[in-house]
Design a protein around this ligand. Sequence first.
Ligand code: GH3
Ligand code: MG
Ligand code: MG
Ligand code: MG
Length: 324
Amino acid sequence: LRASTTRDIGIEELLNWPNSAIDEKANVLLVDDRPSSVERLSRMLWDHCTLKVSRDPHAAFFEAADDGYDCVIVATSLAGYDPLRLCSQLRTLDRTRFVPIILIADEGEDERLVRGLELGVNDYLVRPVDQQELIARLNTQVRRKRYNDRLRASLAQTIEMAVTDGLTGLHNRRYLDSHLATLFERARSRNRPLSLMITDIDRFKLINDTWGHDAGDMVLRELASRLRKNVRGIDLACRMGGEEFVVVMPDTDAVVAEKVAELIRLQIAELPFPTGVGDQTIDVTVSVGVAGLAPDVATMEALMKRADVALYEAKNGGRNRVVA
Ligand code: GH3
Ligand code: MG
Ligand code: MG
Ligand code: MG
């Protein structure tokens, strides 16, 4: 992404479109194979944007996908090549899906223009092209694209924040809740194993009371980091709230999950945690409840309940242990 699209954008600026200025020259790709037309259009565009010309429509597709263009202008008169095919290709590829396309058509090409618009072409001009009109239409498309890019980036960031636990960077409960059912159904329908572990810090209240809340937060962050290091990319690790963590492990039966849980328990119990106060450390232990998919587990809630019962047993059995 170009700098202008990743820059933080304030809500006022977001709402201010289309009045926001084009603060950076537009990167434009012109696809045209008629020398006279290329020359005329280039002269019109030259001062107003950073222009690249592609005379070969086959190469233009790769060219467009390769560089961050703000707009692609396609002449409909390409010899031996359907320009609408290029347009539809640009619309299907992830990297060019959001690049505006302007068609330059010859007179009497109405049908083609309609088809182009249906394919997702953003605007068109009919020859003879008026320079001012071309620049005005180009600017509108560039402004809209930059605005949309920023809106998308801002939306992605907002969504990311909404499903992330602020303290540890793990997923939060909201994220887990929205994915559990899918993971469960997928495992069920493919007849694959699935396991879940709930990890709860032992006597965490005491850690807070002894070392203070900030030290408690440090423990939570360090624990999250050790947890993350010991699960796979496809596992779903999240902080449920407080000092309770859940890991969902697709394609993993309870026997393996128990081993993973035991590994995590040891990684926590055997290496003391920093307190943030000098080089003093805290001994931290966790209790873990593990449950795997079984014929008598009908729902994700039932699986969660089972892991919770196991966790309760681990606590009652003296803590610092795994119960499956
Ligand atoms: P047990 O071994 O039975 O789990 O005992 P516990 O003390 O860990 O359990 P309890 O549920 O009584 O206490 C959990 C504590 O976690 C109480 C609460 O103040 C603390 N806590 C919850 N969220 C946070 C947080 O974000 N930061 C810190 N530092 N403490 C938190
Ligand atoms: Mg508790
Ligand atoms: Mg606890
Ligand atoms: Mg707890």
